[in-house]
Design a protein around this ligand. Structure first.
Ligand code: CTP
Ligand code: MG
Length: 228
């Protein structure tokens, strides 16, 4: 599942940031291509804003993304987009990988390794150690506490889940109007264990304009030293 229904507000431009191009190809296409090439992935579902559905369907056709089975209307929040897309999953699927459309730099090697390493877990996320010291601050800008950095991780996608449990926690969250920024948080909310697997610092989420420059330079280096 590839959430793609955001508005890209922090990118500051007009329209969905996932349609911006990196080296001539839309961000979303990079993301989808990596999933398309992963042998363990059977089908790809994309929740998108209504205004983008046709454009995304055209990209799917143009780039022969044959595993994409549905582009469905997303919701106002990421969680709602995922919840809606879950309704379109085929009956045969046991596990669901959720991967942000906005993370085009995940490599196929990292994705394959992630799927192998998480085979025994009902919920797992990709993450990297934090580089910065993180402080919790209050509304007045006063430091409340500094959690030990070695215990902290920056959480990325892909995130992988047992399909039945993912559907269950999403339904509960919908009913109880519990909102979180990632799917793993819904498992945590229900007291279910979530495992963390080492990711890559290159697997950035393209969020603000600087990230476009960073993404372009990573891609440029990969072209010189091909990885996929
Ligand atoms: N997303 C979604 N539905 C939403 C909001 C976000 O499917 N209602 C998707 C985005 O398209 C993106 C991913 O969730 O692939 C991560 O979200 P984020 O990086 O926050 O993207 P946007 O919400 O588009 O950006 P912003 O928050 O700056 O508006
Ligand atoms: Mg957002």
């Amino acid at each position: 599942m590839v959430p793609a229904a955001g508005q890209g507000k922090r990118m500051g431009g007009q329209g969905n940031k996932l349609l911006l191009e990196l080296a001539g190809t839309p961000i979303l296409v990079f993301t989808l291509k990596t999933l398309e090439l992963c042998p363990l992935i059977k089908e790809i579902i994309i929740p998108a804003a209504r205004a983008d559905i046709l454009t995304i369907k055209k990209l799917v056709a143009k780039y022969s993304l044959n595993k994409v089975t549905a582009v469905v209307e997303g919701g106002a929040e990421r969680q709602e987009s995922v919840y809606r897309a879950l309704q379109s999953l085929s009956t045969e699927v046991d596990s669901v990988i959720v991967h942000d459309g906005a993370r085009p730099l995940l490599t196929l090697d990292n994705l394959n390794r992630f799927v192998e390493e998480t085979a025994d877990f009902e919920a797992a996320v990709m993450a990297v150690p934090l580089k910065d010291t993180v402080k919790k601050v209050d509304a007045q800008g006063r430091v409340v506490e500094t959690p030990p950095r070695e215990q902290l991780r920056a959480i990325q996608t892909p995130q992988i889940f047992n399909r039945n449990l993912l559907e269950k926690v999403h339904k509960l969250a919908f009913e109880q109007q519990y909102l979180a920024t990632d799917d793993a948080s819904l498992f945590e909310w229900q007291g279910l264990p979530v495992r963390v697997v080492e990711g890559s610092y290159e697997n950035i989420k393209v969020t603000t304009p600087e990230d476009m420059l960073w993404a372009e330079s990573i891609l440029c280096r990969r072209r010189e030293v091909p990885q996929m």
